[in-house]
Design a protein around this ligand. Structure first.
Ligand SMILES: [Zn+2]
Length: 230
Protein backbone atom coordinates (compact mmCIF):
# COMPACT_ATOMS: atom_id res chain seq x y z
CA UNK A 1 0.00 0.00 0.00
CA UNK A 2 1.60 3.25 -1.05
CA UNK A 3 -0.05 6.49 -2.07
CA UNK A 4 -0.58 7.95 1.34
CA UNK A 5 -1.78 11.45 2.12
CA UNK A 6 -0.52 12.80 5.43
CA UNK A 7 -2.62 15.67 6.77
CA UNK A 8 -0.19 18.53 7.52
CA UNK A 9 -2.01 19.48 10.74
CA UNK A 10 -1.34 16.07 12.32
CA UNK A 11 2.36 15.58 11.67
CA UNK A 12 4.12 15.12 15.00
CA UNK A 13 6.68 12.77 16.43
CA UNK A 14 4.98 9.85 18.13
CA UNK A 15 1.96 9.88 15.89
CA UNK A 16 1.15 8.79 12.37
CA UNK A 17 -2.04 9.89 10.63
CA UNK A 18 -2.79 9.19 6.99
CA UNK A 19 -5.43 8.85 4.32
CA UNK A 20 -4.89 6.27 1.59
CA UNK A 21 -5.82 6.32 -2.06
CA UNK A 22 -7.73 3.34 -3.50
CA UNK A 23 -5.34 0.72 -2.24
CA UNK A 24 -7.66 -1.23 0.02
CA UNK A 25 -9.37 -4.25 -1.48
CA UNK A 26 -10.62 -7.53 -0.12
CA UNK A 27 -11.84 -8.33 3.35
CA UNK A 28 -10.56 -6.84 6.59
CA UNK A 29 -7.87 -9.54 6.95
CA UNK A 30 -6.26 -8.42 3.69
CA UNK A 31 -6.59 -4.78 4.69
CA UNK A 32 -4.90 -5.52 8.04
CA UNK A 33 -2.04 -7.21 6.16
CA UNK A 34 -1.55 -4.20 3.89
CA UNK A 35 -1.63 -1.83 6.85
CA UNK A 36 0.78 -3.83 8.98
CA UNK A 37 3.28 -3.80 6.11
CA UNK A 38 2.90 -0.07 5.69
CA UNK A 39 3.40 0.99 9.27
CA UNK A 40 5.04 -1.93 11.01
CA UNK A 41 2.24 -2.76 13.41
CA UNK A 42 0.89 -6.20 14.28
CA UNK A 43 -2.44 -7.09 12.67
CA UNK A 44 -4.08 -7.60 16.04
CA UNK A 45 -3.22 -3.99 16.95
CA UNK A 46 -5.39 -2.66 14.11
CA UNK A 47 -8.98 -1.76 14.85
CA UNK A 48 -11.76 -0.98 12.41
CA UNK A 49 -15.35 -0.67 13.68
CA UNK A 50 -18.37 -2.15 11.92
CA UNK A 51 -19.60 0.92 10.04
CA UNK A 52 -23.36 1.37 9.67
CA UNK A 53 -23.89 5.10 9.04
CA UNK A 54 -24.73 5.62 12.71
CA UNK A 55 -23.70 8.33 15.16
CA UNK A 56 -22.35 5.73 17.57
CA UNK A 57 -18.96 6.48 19.10
CA UNK A 58 -16.83 3.65 20.37
CA UNK A 59 -14.38 4.40 23.17
CA UNK A 60 -11.64 1.83 22.66
CA UNK A 61 -9.95 0.84 25.89
CA UNK A 62 -10.01 -2.84 26.76
CA UNK A 63 -12.38 -4.61 24.45
CA UNK A 64 -11.03 -4.88 20.91
CA UNK A 65 -13.82 -6.97 19.43
CA UNK A 66 -15.30 -4.94 16.52
CA UNK A 67 -18.71 -3.46 17.31
CA UNK A 68 -21.10 -1.29 15.31
CA UNK A 69 -19.84 2.29 15.42
CA UNK A 70 -18.92 5.01 12.94
CA UNK A 71 -16.36 6.69 15.12
CA UNK A 72 -13.62 5.35 17.37
CA UNK A 73 -11.70 7.31 19.97
CA UNK A 74 -8.88 6.10 22.18
CA UNK A 75 -5.93 7.15 24.29
CA UNK A 76 -4.31 3.73 23.80
CA UNK A 77 -0.84 3.72 22.28
CA UNK A 78 0.31 1.35 19.54
CA UNK A 79 -3.16 0.64 18.26
CA UNK A 80 -4.06 1.77 14.78
CA UNK A 81 -7.67 2.88 14.46
CA UNK A 82 -9.35 3.76 11.20
CA UNK A 83 -12.38 3.80 8.99
CA UNK A 84 -13.02 2.84 5.35
CA UNK A 85 -14.81 4.98 2.76
CA UNK A 86 -15.68 5.17 -0.95
CA UNK A 87 -17.18 8.71 -1.30
CA UNK A 88 -18.11 9.33 2.35
CA UNK A 89 -15.91 11.63 4.42
CA UNK A 90 -13.03 10.12 6.42
CA UNK A 91 -12.05 12.24 9.43
CA UNK A 92 -9.07 11.95 11.75
CA UNK A 93 -8.87 13.67 15.13
CA UNK A 94 -5.90 14.31 17.39
CA UNK A 95 -5.75 15.96 20.78
CA UNK A 96 -2.17 16.91 21.46
CA UNK A 97 -2.74 17.89 25.08
CA UNK A 98 -4.43 14.74 26.32
CA UNK A 99 -2.98 12.44 23.65
CA UNK A 100 -6.26 11.13 22.33
CA UNK A 101 -6.93 10.06 18.75
CA UNK A 102 -10.10 9.51 16.79
CA UNK A 103 -11.32 8.26 13.41
CA UNK A 104 -14.77 9.12 12.08
CA UNK A 105 -16.83 7.98 9.06
CA UNK A 106 -19.34 10.58 7.90
CA UNK A 107 -21.61 9.98 4.93
CA UNK A 108 -24.74 12.09 4.57
CA UNK A 109 -26.48 10.14 7.31
CA UNK A 110 -23.58 10.51 9.73
CA UNK A 111 -23.31 14.20 8.86
CA UNK A 112 -27.05 14.65 9.45
CA UNK A 113 -26.59 12.87 12.80
CA UNK A 114 -23.55 15.03 13.66
CA UNK A 115 -21.28 12.04 14.18
CA UNK A 116 -18.16 14.24 14.21
CA UNK A 117 -19.60 16.52 16.89
CA UNK A 118 -20.56 13.46 18.92
CA UNK A 119 -17.00 12.14 18.68
CA UNK A 120 -15.59 15.49 19.82
CA UNK A 121 -18.11 15.62 22.69
CA UNK A 122 -17.08 12.11 23.73
CA UNK A 123 -13.42 13.24 23.79
CA UNK A 124 -14.33 16.16 26.05
CA UNK A 125 -16.36 14.06 28.49
CA UNK A 126 -14.36 10.82 28.54
CA UNK A 127 -10.83 12.22 28.30
CA UNK A 128 -11.35 15.82 29.44
CA UNK A 129 -9.94 17.17 26.19
CA UNK A 130 -10.02 20.89 25.41
CA UNK A 131 -11.40 21.83 22.02
CA UNK A 132 -8.52 24.26 21.40
CA UNK A 133 -6.05 21.35 21.55
CA UNK A 134 -7.94 19.26 19.01
CA UNK A 135 -6.89 18.99 15.35
CA UNK A 136 -9.30 17.65 12.73
CA UNK A 137 -8.24 16.35 9.30
CA UNK A 138 -10.90 15.89 6.64
CA UNK A 139 -9.86 13.45 3.92
CA UNK A 140 -10.84 13.03 0.25
CA UNK A 141 -14.56 12.52 -0.42
CA UNK A 142 -17.15 13.25 -3.10
CA UNK A 143 -17.52 17.03 -3.31
CA UNK A 144 -20.05 19.62 -4.32
CA UNK A 145 -18.99 19.34 -8.00
CA UNK A 146 -20.30 15.77 -8.22
CA UNK A 147 -22.61 14.95 -5.33
CA UNK A 148 -26.22 15.53 -6.32
CA UNK A 149 -28.72 14.78 -3.58
CA UNK A 150 -32.48 14.95 -3.15
CA UNK A 151 -34.29 17.66 -1.25
CA UNK A 152 -34.90 15.26 1.65
CA UNK A 153 -31.19 14.54 2.14
CA UNK A 154 -30.36 18.22 1.76
CA UNK A 155 -32.96 19.15 4.39
CA UNK A 156 -31.54 16.70 6.94
CA UNK A 157 -27.95 17.81 6.45
CA UNK A 158 -28.93 21.49 6.55
CA UNK A 159 -30.90 20.92 9.75
CA UNK A 160 -27.70 19.57 11.36
CA UNK A 161 -25.28 22.06 9.80
CA UNK A 162 -27.07 25.36 9.31
CA UNK A 163 -26.43 27.66 6.38
CA UNK A 164 -23.11 27.90 4.56
CA UNK A 165 -21.39 27.50 1.20
CA UNK A 166 -21.32 23.70 1.46
CA UNK A 167 -24.18 23.26 -1.02
CA UNK A 168 -25.78 24.91 -4.01
CA UNK A 169 -29.00 24.49 -5.92
CA UNK A 170 -29.54 24.16 -9.66
CA UNK A 171 -33.27 24.19 -10.31
CA UNK A 172 -34.66 21.24 -8.40
CA UNK A 173 -31.22 19.72 -7.90
CA UNK A 174 -29.05 20.12 -4.83
CA UNK A 175 -25.28 19.64 -4.83
CA UNK A 176 -23.77 18.89 -1.47
CA UNK A 177 -20.24 18.97 -0.06
CA UNK A 178 -20.16 16.81 3.04
CA UNK A 179 -16.50 17.62 3.73
CA UNK A 180 -17.29 21.32 4.07
CA UNK A 181 -20.43 20.54 6.08
CA UNK A 182 -18.26 18.60 8.54
CA UNK A 183 -15.80 21.49 8.69
CA UNK A 184 -18.67 23.80 9.66
CA UNK A 185 -19.79 21.30 12.30
CA UNK A 186 -16.22 21.09 13.65
CA UNK A 187 -16.03 24.89 13.93
CA UNK A 188 -19.42 24.90 15.63
CA UNK A 189 -18.11 22.33 18.12
CA UNK A 190 -15.31 24.75 19.06
CA UNK A 191 -12.43 23.46 16.94
CA UNK A 192 -10.13 26.28 15.83
CA UNK A 193 -10.05 27.18 12.14
CA UNK A 194 -6.25 26.81 11.99
CA UNK A 195 -6.47 23.31 13.44
CA UNK A 196 -8.67 22.03 10.64
CA UNK A 197 -7.24 20.63 7.39
CA UNK A 198 -9.50 19.79 4.49
CA UNK A 199 -8.37 17.81 1.45
CA UNK A 200 -9.25 19.55 -1.80
CA UNK A 201 -9.73 16.28 -3.66
CA UNK A 202 -13.01 14.87 -4.93
CA UNK A 203 -13.23 11.07 -5.18
CA UNK A 204 -15.64 11.16 -8.13
CA UNK A 205 -13.40 13.58 -10.09
CA UNK A 206 -10.36 11.32 -9.53
CA UNK A 207 -11.45 7.72 -10.28
CA UNK A 208 -7.87 6.64 -11.03
CA UNK A 209 -6.79 7.69 -7.57
CA UNK A 210 -9.81 7.05 -5.36
CA UNK A 211 -12.70 4.65 -5.21
CA UNK A 212 -15.97 6.40 -5.77
CA UNK A 213 -19.08 4.41 -5.09
CA UNK A 214 -21.08 6.73 -7.32
CA UNK A 215 -18.53 6.62 -10.14
CA UNK A 216 -18.00 2.88 -10.23
CA UNK A 217 -21.57 2.01 -9.21
CA UNK A 218 -20.31 -0.78 -6.98
CA UNK A 219 -18.65 -1.20 -3.64
CA UNK A 220 -15.59 -3.27 -4.55
CA UNK A 221 -12.89 -0.98 -3.22
CA UNK A 222 -12.33 1.60 -0.58
CA UNK A 223 -9.77 3.99 0.79
CA UNK A 224 -9.32 4.81 4.40
CA UNK A 225 -8.23 7.15 7.12
CA UNK A 226 -5.97 5.79 9.87
CA UNK A 227 -4.20 7.10 12.95
CA UNK A 228 -1.89 5.62 15.59
CA UNK A 229 0.17 6.91 18.55
CA UNK A 230 3.41 5.29 19.65
ZN1 LIG B 1 -16.03 16.14 -8.23
Amino acid sequence: MRAIIEPPNIIESGIKAFFTTKTLTGDNTRIYEALSKEIDIAGYRIYLPVQKHTDKIQVLEQEFEPVVADAVITSEKKILIGILVADCVPLLIFDKGKEVIGAVHAGWKGTAKQVLKNAIKAMLTRYRCYTEDISVAIGPSIRQCCYEVGADVMAEVREATGEGDYYHREGNKYFLDLASANKIQALDAGILQEKIWLSGECTFCNPDKFYSYRYSKNSIGRQGGFIVMW
